[in-house]
Design a protein around this ligand. Structure first.
Ligand SMILES: [Zn+2]
Ligand SMILES: [Zn+2]
Length: 376
């Protein structure tokens, strides 16, 4: 095996920041106590930078899942720079490569090389900086401005600014430790979790063979990016958590700003397409169980699955027609309230039908997994 070369200055920086962040801050607190401004700077800075990554770097720039007013773009660029995770250009290049080559040798933070590699190990390796597949971003002036002045912006916002804020109440060192070192440590590791933890724990409802996973509780540690199996299936959807109550502050911010026309062209996968993907995910999960099942029952399961699939296809096609009709009406204008209500009613019915088929498939999967095979 090839011996890994490390980027030693990077190793030193990524060890020193958390060391100073944790032990430096603890010592400072021991000697000088805590005043309320310090945890507030840390917490708000952590969230501002974390949102800069999820809202800005990830969904706006890397995936282009919505459009944003230049002012919003600029602000997102500033917030993301404070996360100290390299430039938008480099970040997006790595991230798009991750999506397009998941779990292959090309994937920069492939979990197949272990949790540590996916979390931080990949950043520590000494590799030539490669930027590819981001021509669209190279045309964006805000992105290029950041690329040019990245270190000044990043270090200014991460360390100089909290020190200045601290100086206002007479504790610049406190500002630097709480709002700088400790805050950067938290932003780093909580966003690194997206590459490690999100490919490590949770369910795989959409792509059972992918390493990306959905876990609602991981969303709380990753600024709402815990629904990673869905995200890998539909990377351009502006949401990660698709149910309204799924913890996803990025999604809420994008939607909220759209009411003021500050974000637009928000891309969202239609519900029936998501349900179809869910169906395929479940079907694949069933198929993955076949080798473990006695030969005499496999054909019976295949038949059952075939049957449900035929029914699902029919419902899907009907639903597709309803949506086509809806789009047409939206362009031409609805005749009356009744027309819209009828479409909504149809949608509801089809959703119920599809949900019951999904349920049927879940029962098949459960029976196969538990060994309580269905009888002919
Ligand atoms: Zn991923
Ligand atoms: Zn992504």
């Amino acid at each position: 095996m090839k011996k890994k070369k490390y980027n030693w200055p990077m190793v030193a920086v990524l060890i020193l920041i958390p060391l100073i962040g944790i032990f430096g801050t603890a010592t400072y607190v021991y000697l000088n106590g805590i005043i309320w401004q310090e945890p507030v700077i840390m917490f708000s800075g952590w969230w501002i930078a974390g949102m800069g990554i999820t809202f800005g770097y990830h969904r706006l720039f890397a995936h282009r899942s919505f459009k944003a007013h230049p002012l919003v773009q600029f602000f997102a660029m500033l917030c993301g720079s404070a996360a100290l995770q390299n430039t938008i250009l480099k970040w997006s290049s790595d991230h798009r490569t991750h999506h397009n080559n998941l779990d292959t040798e090309e994937d920069p933070y492939s979990i197949t090389k272990g949790f540590f590699h996916a979390h931080i190990g990949w950043i520590l390796e000494d590799k030539p900086v490669e930027i590819k597949g981001v021509h669209d971003l190279e045309k964006n002036q805000i992105v290029m401005f950041q690329h040019k002045y990245y270190w000044a912006i990043g270090i200014g916002l991460s360390f100089v600014l909290p020190m200045i804020v601290g100086a206002f109440y007479g504790r610049p060192l406190g500002g630097l430790l709480w709002g700088g070192f400790l805050r950067v440590t938290l932003v780093h590791h909580f966003t690194f979790f997206i590459n490690s933890l999100c490919h490590f724990v949770g369910k795989r409802p959409f792509e059972p063979e992918s390493t990306a996973r959905d876990a609602w509780w991981v969303a709380f540690f990753t600024f709402g990016e815990g629904f990673h199996n869905f995200h890998h299936k539909f990377q351009w959807d502006y949401r990660n958590g698709i149910r309204w109550y799924d913890f996803d502050p990025g999604k809420w911010a994008i939607k909220f700003l759209s009411f003021f026309k500050l974000t637009s062209d928000i891309r969202k996968v239609e519900e029936y397409i998501i349900l179809k993907a869910r169906f395929h995910g479940l079907k694949e999960s069933v198929q993955l169980e076949y080798p473990k099942v006695p030969a005499r029952v496999v054909s019976l399961y295949k038949e059952k699955v075939q049957e449900v699939q035929g029914q699902a296809k029919q419902v899907y096609e009907k639903w597709h027609e309803v949506e086509k009709e809806f789009k047409l009406m939206k362009i031409e204008g609805f005749k009356d309230k009744l027309q819209k209500a009828t479409i909504n009613q149809n949608r509801k019915m089809l959703k119920m039908e599809y949900a019951s088929l999904l349920n049927g498939l879940s029962v098949i999967l459960m029976s196969i997994k538990s060994g309580n095979y269905i009888q002919a």
